[in-house]
Structure formats: C-alpha cells, structure tokens
Design a protein around this ligand. Sequence first.
Ligand code: TXA
Ligand code: MG
Length: 311
Amino acid sequence: MVQFTTHRLAPDADGLDRAATLLKEGALVAFPTETVYGLGGDARDGTAVAGIYAAKGRPSFNPLIVHVPDLETAQRYGRFDAAMLALAQAFWPGPLTLVVPLSDAHGLSSLVTAGLDTVALRVPAQPIVRALLQQFGGPIAAPSANPSGRISPTTADHVMAGLDGRIAAVLDGGPCPVGLESTIVGGAPLALLRPGGLAVEEIEAVAGPLATAKGGITAPGQLVSHYAPRAALRLNANHAHPGEQLLGFGPMQSDLNLSISGDLVEAAAHLFDHLHRLDASGRPIAVAPVPEIGLGRAINDRLRRAAAPRD
Ligand code: TXA
Ligand code: MG
C-alpha cells in the first residue's frame, strides 16, 4: 500500500481548491457530508476508484455511491422513472440515495458499480461537499471514510484515526449533523435497501409503502457484521454489567448518552461518535433500548450489525 502524508485541509477557498485539484489528479480526498464523512475519488477514473477500495480494504463486489450536485447532473448517469423523479424532487439535496438503471453513455468506471447495470446516486446537502462538487466539476464516488467494516466517521478526527497515511487529504468540516449514512431506495417496485438518515416514514409519505429488499443486491451495510467497534456490544440493556460501559438513551445513568431527552435525531447525530469514544477504552459496551420508529430504525439497524458475532 502506498503511504501518503494525509493533509488536513480547512474548508476555506484554499482548502477547497487543494481538494478539487487532488481529485482532478486522481488522488483520494475525504470530505464532510450531512450524513457521514465520505472517501472521495473521481468516479470516471478507474485507478482512483480502485484506490478507494484499497484504502478501505473493502471487498470489491460492493458498489459505491456517486455524488453529484443536482438532479440534472444525476440524469447524465442514471435513468429516472416517474417514481424516482418524485423522490429526487422531494428529498434532494439530502440524505437519500437512489439506485437507478445506468444511462447509456454514463462514462463512469465499471468499478464504481461493481459491474451492476444500476448506479447509486446522491445529491448531498452539506455546503462544503456542494462547494467541492462545483469546483471539481465531475461525479465523486465516495463510500464512508472508514476502513471496511469499522465504525463510520462523523468527524475529521475519526477519518484520520482510520485512514491517516492511506489518503491524500481530509477536508475538515466539523461534525456531521445527521450522523447516519443516507437512506437507500431502489428497484421496481421501490424497495428500502438501507435505512438511514432520512426516515422511511417520510419517504413512504411521497412514494407509498416500500417493499423490503431481499437477496440479489449486496450492500456492505447489509453484511451482518458491519459498523463494528472492536469491543463487544450488548443491546437492549437497562443497566451495565460489571466491567461494561453503558451507552444510554433517554433519562438514565450512563457513561455516554445518545440523547438524554430521548430525541432520535439527536441520537443519530451522536451514535457513531459515542461508539468511537466508548470503543477507545476497549471495554465491552451495553446499549440502552432505542424505539423502532423514525430514525430509530436506522439506529437499531447499525447497532444490530455492530453487535453481530464476527470472526
Ligand atoms: O451517507 C452516505 O450514503 C455516505 C456518504 C459518504 O454519502 N456514503 C455511504 O457509502 O454510506 P457506502 O459505500 O458506505 O455505502 C453505499 C451503499 C452500499 O451499501 C452499497 O452496496 C450500496 O450503497 N450501493 C451502491 N451501489 C448500489 C447499487 N447499484 N445497487 C444496490 N446498492 C448499491
Ligand atoms: Mg460504509
């Protein structure tokens, strides 16, 4: 693996200029989005995309999300039917990824789609990544900026802890406000491929009931042990056993609390940061129950995967 000095760039005109130039040179740059930090490369450049897989240590059958500035640009790469157009118009820019059939002259590296005939497209809302997309002027392939299978990053420090020396730079835009990866919808009939930062209830209010994805599509978020801390995790705990640390939700005694007031939006924003912090001590982690509604569905999805047995 090539070793880099990973530069931490300020999100000002100079930093954005450096980041866009690095992307044009085929280098990898991590950047903030409203959901989590992404590890970006030029989606048309096979070498850059291969570098993303290598830096993350990601199994190469997992396709990447392509980030674009707006729906019009997205339509260069993917074909949108009426249902997908309605979702894009309702929720872009924002924490929603749409999986649509590839357009004919898309020009994307086949590594981005891992050889599938569909592509995952997302128009992020966060101002720094929007400025980067403008300045770079092309599609940016970006998975979450963490080594494969580890906790997703919501700060530049998290990115550095996992990828320092493996990428050219990270744009430091502070903590990500949503804190959970985007919700992914695809297929006909429309199916939920991954719960995430946009509540399913909001999507269903526009699109009607979503099917549940089964088989066929492999999302790494769907590998059972994903988002894993090094320490063991025990779910639905009302108190800590001796030696455990308690990650609380709602008013309770705990080492760290996702949201004392029981607010699921706040809990989502804290989830990965609190897991990173508790994991640093190496002690097992007990997690209080989180209700299975709104963003709680995505929070519980990530917690179940983090708690799954692994080798
Ligand atoms: O919020 C997010 O979505 C973040 C930020 C950086 O945008 N990105 C992210 O990427 O979470 P990643 O690579 O960690 O997850 C992308 C997901 C994977 O589960 C992948 O399998 C799925 O998108 N995916 C990508 N292309 C697909 C396709 N053509 N069909 C089905 N799933 C696809
Ligand atoms: Mg990820």
